[in-house]
Design a protein around this ligand. Structure first.
Ligand code: ADP
Length: 548
């Protein structure tokens, strides 16, 4: 017998509906942007929706049709937001490119995506001039600025002016309705090995993800918040915030290219920001500035930290010294990106702070929509006992099924289901709190036992003289690999190798203590702000461990 079908309206989940909702119900809510031009710009959701419609008309006038890719090389700002909505909303694909990648990588990505249009902030004019000859698919270059700031001379053919394109249209445009499974946007992984790979999100996956990140136990963004996403809109769509903010109608503040500690602090204060999100390295910079100048935050209440492990010392400083609650989150490009967030349950309310902190320092529990499992070497699933570790796999409606243009499926089978292998090694406790030990390629294999580089880094970061720490595997004749600690000292702080090694005693098993320490003045980061372990390993390949 045929199943009784639900008798509800069929309304596809489309990205345009988010900005239409915001314009209708939060029309006067502000979007504030620090511009490349240097000034502070104010607009509203109503104006953003109107200008997105005009930009959609402009894209159509330029000849863009279904699923054409619109590339961006841009900071967080209102024009970038308009491009998000104009492109996806009109059935095109918004392709944010990370401008911090090597120029050759950027060209490779833009060519692989077959971007038809490239919109860029003026900061990137020299980069685009250099790349243009190697980008055969791009038909139109758009400088995201007004006529007054357009470059007088440029090697870019037929360079268009963003504001002129928008102003030339009348906004008499109805957002089209189409299948919610249509591609909405495209992000490439940074590809530490091999070529970057593209994740193609759909309207449906983006909307479901935006709902999920907005839940109270996720980011909990609300119409009462002023949110400043420090995480760039080119880093996995700023973790979904450009959709989640208008979805609930919270006020948005964009820092543009001004991401140093001083500029961020001043913007947090002048715009009374309540909520933020960013990778740990950003907070290192901001906290160093705030501490050095004896400042406090007057409105900042909570922040999401993710992209790499948030050191417990950073969490403590933010919470204890500045009254900012930290929401530690984990995810990846292939997951849109949010998978888990560390939030407490009711039963933890009465527990000692140390126990609560232990949970808040974990990568957290999944948000509804994501399912996870641990897989052992034999391919079977591992128990959730908080101790047994395994390869972390995930599934859900905002997890990729395959990579752009790749035939081979990345998925693995376990328990009769297909899963996406994250490349992370983790343990999960009985309450579902997941704890990442390492990326599988960063874990240190010493005499057949595994040592977590993240754990060793966290301990070093808790030392008052340490600004930043990275732990890598160094070759060892007897044990294969042993941990090597690489440290940047805080300005003016003194600490010796011996003192740092002594700092590990009693905090971790003796055999896990790093064998050696090297002091450096700089640690390289990837284009998304993660420590470049590969580079460090190359740098210290010939480092002879003391006692080896
Ligand atoms: P990239 O930024 O390098 O392009 P992703 O953002 O997709 O790539 O990186 C995802 C990976 O980042 C995860 O698989 C994990 O290893 C790491 N990661 C993300 N968040 C956390 C976290 N909170 N703790 C530890 N590792 C994290």
């Amino acid at each position: 017998m045929a199943r009784l079908m639900g008798q509800m309206m069929q309304m596809p989940l489309l990205i345009s509906s988010v900005i239409v909702h915001a314009a209708c119900h939060h029309g006067d809510t502000e979007i504030v942007s620090k511009r490349v031009e240097g000034d502070l710009h104010r607009t509203t959701y109503a104006e953003c929706e109107l200008r997105s419609r005009k930009l959609a008309q402009a894209f159509a006038r330029l000849g863009c049709t279904d699923s054409d890719r619109i590339g961006t090389l841009a900071w967080n700002g209102y024009r970038h937001l308009e491009i998000y909505y104009a492109s996806s909303g009109s059935g095109l694909v918004c392709h944010t490119i990370n401008p911090r990648l090597f120029p050759e990588q950027i060209a490779w990505i833009a060519n692989d995506a077959e971007d038809r249009v490239l919109c860029f902030d003026l900061t990137f004019l020299p980069l685009v001039e250099k790349l243009a000859p190697s980008l055969p698919h791009i038909k139109h270059y758009i400088a995201m600025t007004g006529r007054a700031h357009m470059p007088a001379q440029t090697g870019i053919p037929n360079l268009l002016c963003y504001e002129e394109l928008v102003e030339a249209e009348n906004g008499d445009y109805a957002w089209p309705e189409f299948d919610e499974n249509t591609a909405s946007s495209l992000c490439y992984t940074s590809g530490t090995t091999g070529h970057p790979k593209g994740a193609v999100y759909s309207h449906r996956s983006s909307i479901l993800h935006a709902y999920a990140v907005s839940l109270p136990d996720s980011m909990g963004n609300s119409a009462t918040d002023t949110i400043l996403p420090v995480v760039p809109m080119f880093h996995v769509n700023a973790w979904g915030l450009p959709y989640a903010a208008p979805l609930v109608g919270c006020r948005l503040v964009f820092p543009g290219p001004h991401m140093d500690g001083k500029s961020l602090y001043e913007l947090f204060e002048s715009e009374q920001v309540t909520f933020s999100a960013g990778v740990p390295t950003v907070w290192l910079g901001l906290l160093a500035y705030v501490k050095q100048n004896g400042l406090k935050f007057s409105s900042f209440k909570r922040t999401v930290i993710g992209g790499s492990a948030c050191p417990p010392a950073m969490l403590r400083t933010l919470e204890d010294d500045f009254g900012v609650s930290v929401i530690h989150a984990w995810g990846m490009t292939e997951m849109s990106p949010v998978g888990t967030l560390a939030r407490l349950k009711a039963k933890h309310a009465g527990q000692p702070v140390a126990e609560q902190r232990r949970l808040l320092q974990s990568q957290g529990r999944v948000v509804y929509g994501v399912d996870m499992a641990l897989i052992g070497d034999d391919g079977s699933t591992r128990p959730w006992d908080g101790k047994t570790s395994g390869d972390l796999v995930v599934r859900g409606p905002w997890v990729i099924d395959r990579y752009f243009k790749q035939d081979a499926s990345p998925l693995v089978q376990a328990d009769g289901q297909a899963w996406f292998p994250t490349g992370d090694v983790a343990a999960i406790d009985a309450d579902g709190y997941m704890h990442i030990t390492d990326r599988s390629k960063d874990v240190i294999k010493s005499g057949g036992e595994w040592i977590s580089s993240i754990e060793l880094e966290n301990i070093a970061m808790a030392h008052p003289a340490v600004h930043e720490a990275a732990v890598i595997a160094a070759a060892h004749a007897k044990w294969d690999e042993r941990p090597l600690l690489v440290v940047i000292r805080k300005p003016g702080a003194e600490v010796t190798r011996e003192e740092l090694l002594a700092h590990y005693e009693g905090r971790i098993a003796k055999w896990q203590i790093p064998d050696d320490v090297v002091f450096v003045t700089e640690i390289a980061h990837t284009a998304t702000g993660k420590i470049q372990k590969l580079k460090l390993r190359e740098q210290f390949m010939d480092h002879v461990l003391r006692g080896a």
